[in-house]
Write a protein that binds this ligand. Structure first.
Ligand SMILES: Cc1ncc(COP(=O)(O)O)c(C=O)c1O
Length: 418
């Protein structure tokens, strides 16, 4: 796959249109060269300019200067941390600001765009339910079964997770998932898989913006609204919920009666009305996802994009193959890929262990990358994470990012002191 021209792959990409739906930060604004608060509209080379540059034989060189200098956009491989702003979210946010200005409290009930704030969750729940393939959503016992990778391995094996579920499921343990890195990244079928409960943030692969509203799921029928907890715990195995006003039956919520009539399932855990401004970008993303053809379409491109990243990295002169723990003690500057090599066992992201481990090389490499306009994220002490996202990343972003990563490793090597 590495012999294929990434510009050609981008030209054939059926999802290429989606990138135009996002605001890609400019290097000058992004904080890579010091913080600037200006927010200029993005400008980027047109497809014709890219084609011309490519034909002239120095496509990558020209492209890199566009991407990485002047008003070029950053190469953003950081959707695993914070997804980019959909242009539609800006439009919808302005609409909401106008509704606030013009209608104030009536925005809760009479909304000109059919998104009454009182029921803002209704606007996002159907789309989100499609992303995680659920019908609706329980609480866990306070016992947690901890799992660790096998000796000398970096990640949990699926077979070990399944064996543990078998072992403890019969004893009545609940199976829950933290989907922060999975939702919007890989197709999920929580109902079909029999998952008991799950929780996730929405600002990574669902592009809802920093600290935006979270989501959670409880298996149909598992939660009865806390009614059983009125029986003595030992007899009921009931879950105890921290209930709030918004967990009250919708039809009686505003009667303010002393009687609490809890909604069974996930919706019954809402404390108050959901934050409208953080739900709005989520609506924009879910619309975009629908237009793109759903999670399976995204996943197809994602496998190709991350596969391309894998291939380029594996061929790098700095790549150290997985050979137990030995690679971390060689003292040589390089990297090892921690993420599983099998596409079905991973999502967008590849996690790179920078070697030698424990030497602060990672921070130095990361800083060089930031200064060259490539945005990934770091997990101390030694890991850099890169995530090409199918909606807004191109194959050429991956190519540039790997070049810059290698240049950054070389720069640290040249500086010495490792
Ligand atoms: C629910 C949840 N789980 C886990 C994480 C950890 O994510 P990260 O691996 O980026 O630190 C986050 C952070 O965003 C989160 O919201």
């Amino acid at each position: 796959m590495t012999s294929i021209d990434p510009l050609q792959l981008d030209a054939q990409d059926p999802l290429a249109w989606a990138r135009q739906e996002f605001e890609i930060p400019l290097q000058g604004d992004s904080g890579g060269h010091g913080m600037s608060l200006s927010s200029l509209p993005p400008s980027h080379p047109s497809q014709t300019q890219l084609d011309q540059a490519n034909k002239s034989g120095h496509g990558l060189h020209v492209l890199r200067s566009w991407l990485l200098t002047g008003d070029g956009q950053v190469v953003y491989l950081c959707g695993n941390s914070l997804g980019l702003l959909p242009k539609k979210a800006r439009e919808l946010m302005i609409q909401e600001i106008d509704v606030w200005s013009k209608r104030a409290v009536y925005g809760h009930f009479a909304h000109p765009h059919d998104r009454p704030w009182k029921n803002i969750d209704d606007t996002v729940v159907p789309g989100l339910a499609k992303v995680v393939a659920t019908l609706s959503p329980q609480q866990i016992d306070n016992a947690v079964v901890a799992l660790e990778p096998r000796e000398g391995e970096d990640t949990l094996r699926t077979e070990d997770i399944l064996a543990r579920i078998e072992e403890y499921g019969d004893e009545g343990a609940y199976f829950g998932l933290d989907l922060a890195h999975a939702v919007g990244n890989v197709p999920l079928e929580l109902s079909a898989w029999g998952v008991d409960f799950a929780a996730w943030c929405t600002y990574k692969y669902l592009n809802s913006g920093p600290g935006a509203v979270a989501g959670y799921y409880i298996k149909e029928g598992l939660d009865d609204g806390g009614r059983r907890s009125r029986l003595p715990y030992l007899f009921s195995r009931a879950t105890i919920r921290l209930a709030g006003w918004w967990g009250q039956n919708r039809t009686t919520r505003f009667l303010m009666s002393p009687e609490f009539d809890p909604i069974p399932g996930a919706q019954g855990y809402q404390h108050s009305n959901p934050p409208v401004f953080s739900s709005i970008p989520l609506i924009a993303h879910l619309e975009l996802l629908e237009r793109a053809g759903g999670m399976q379409v995204l996943r197809r491109k994602s496998e190709a994009l991350t596969g391309y990243l894998w291939d380029l990295l594996e061929r790098s002169r700095f790549h150290v193959p997985p050979a137990g723990g030995e690679a971390t003690t060689t003292g040589r500057i390089g990297f090892r890929i921690l993420t599983p090599s099998t596409p079905s066992e991973r999502g967008c992201q590849l996690s790179l262990l920078i070697l030698p481990a424990g030497s602060h090389t990672m921070e130095r490499v990361f800083n060089h990358m930031v200064q060259r306009g490539v945005v990934g994220d770091e997990r101390r002490p030694d890991v850099i994470r890169l995530s090409p996202v199918p909606l807004y990343n191109r194959f050429v972003d991956v190519q540039v990012a790997v070049r810059v990563f290698e240049e950054s490793l070389q720069a640290v090597l040249d500086e010495g002191d490792v």
